[in-house]
Structure formats: structure tokens, C-alpha cells
Design a protein around this ligand. Structure first.
Ligand code: AMP
Length: 183
């Protein structure tokens, strides 16, 4: 089970990913979580990523690609994984495909959680993360539209895109995700 959860900040990727972890026992790989941990620890990676994250911008491709390449080699990824917040650019998607190919694997489904901007702004009010101020949320939505949303057409062409309505009861969304991946 090799999955990507795709969608704007606040679409519910993390929440639904946790339900997948519980149900199927595959690890969630969140580049955002890994980067936040690096910022907290004050590592070199964290020092590079921190200011960009605070501004709602993307961290350079080579940094996040390196993180994911290393993470995918770990033993708990042997039976599959769920990528949450990666890839966010076409070069990241291409690097991912290459890294998996080396292991004889490939992404089976890209689950796109669709949520209107107005709903996202409403949801982010309650979250309290450092990069959740209304201005930074707007910046992250702009970045998503400009740099990340082209991935939808990329994965659609590959026949991997599963589009899910991300507004509604958590269990209903989860059921729709399961249906879309045939599980
Ligand atoms: P997230 O928790 O996925 O919303 O990520 C929080 C922040 O981490 C993003 O706004 C980016 O600054 C950075 N980030 C996370 N994943 C990536 C990625 N795949 N590519 C570039 N930057 C990322």
C-alpha cells in the first residue's frame, strides 16, 4: 500500500492519515512533521527550513527529497507507507518515482482531499500552529495553488488521482478514501 495524501493545508490530510495508520498499520510520513521536529531540535536542516516554513514558503526540493529518500529506506516502510505533504512539486514527484523504482515499488494512489478556501480559513483558526496566522495561511494557499496544484494533472495523467470531497463527517470522508483505494 503505497499512498500519497494530497491537498491544501487544512484539507485534513494529517487527520485522515492517522486513521489510515490505525486501520492499516502503515507509517505516515509527514515532511511537515519531520521539518518541525528539526526546527525544534535546532539541527542544520531546521535552521535552513525554519524561516521558510514561518513565511509559508516551500523548503527547497533537494532538502525534502533527501529526507524522504532516507525515510523510505527504513524497515517500517517495507509493507507500504502514506506520504502526507510530499510531493509538493513536480521535481519532488519525479524524485519520488525514481527512489521507489529503485526498490521495485511505485505509488498506487494519490488521494486528493478537496476543500474550498473559505472552509480552510475557518478550520485553521482553531489549530494554533506557528504558521497558522491568517496571512501565512493565505500565503500557503497561494503556494499550493501555484507550485503544488500542477501535480494533480501530473497524477491524473498517470491514472493515479482519486478525488475526495474533504468537507463532511470524518468517518464519511474516511469511508470515501477507503472506497477510492479499493480497501
Ligand atoms: P505541512 O505540515 O505539510 O503543512 O508543512 C508545513 C511546512 O513545511 C510547509 O508550509 C513548508 O514550508 C514545509 N514543507 C513540508 N513539506 C514540504 C515539501 N514536500 N516541500 C517543501 N516544503 C515542505
Amino acid at each position: 500500500m503505497h499512498l500519497v495524501f494530497f491537498g491544501p493545508p487544512g484539507a485534513g490530510k494529517g487527520t485522515q492519515a492517522l486513521k489510515m495508520v490505525t486501520e492499516f498499520g502503515i507509517p505516515q510520513i509527514s515532511t511537515g512533521d519531520i521539518l518541525r521536529a528539526a526546527v525544534t531540535k535546532g539541527t542544520e536542516l531546521g535552521k535552513q527550513a525554519g524561516p521558510l516554513m514561518a513565511a509559508g514558503k516551500l523548503v527547497p526540493d533537494d532538502l525534502v527529497i533527501g529526507i524522504v529518500e532516507e525515510r523510505l529506506k527504513e524497515a517500517d516502510c517495507a509493507q507500504g507507507f502514506l506520504l502526507d505533504g510530499f510531493p509538493r512539486t513536480i521535481p519532488q514527484a519525479e524524485a519520488l518515482a525514481k527512489a521507489l523504482e529503485k526498490q521495485g515499488k511505485h505509488i498506487e494512489h494519490v488521494v486528493s482531499l478537496e476543500v474550498p478556501d473559505a472552509v480552510i480559513h475557518e478550520r485553521m483558526k482553531g489549530r494554533g500552529r506557528a504558521d497558522d496566522s491568517p496571512e501565512t495561511v493565505q500565503k500557503r494557499l497561494d503556494v499550493f495553488r501555484q507550485q503544488t496544484s500542477p501535480l494533480k494533472a501530473h497524477y491524473e495523467k498517470l491514472g493515479l488521482l482519486r478525488t475526495i470531497n474533504g468537507v463532511g463527517a470524518l468517518d464519511e470522508i474516511f469511508a470515501a478514501i477507503r472506497k477510492s483505494i479499493g480497501r
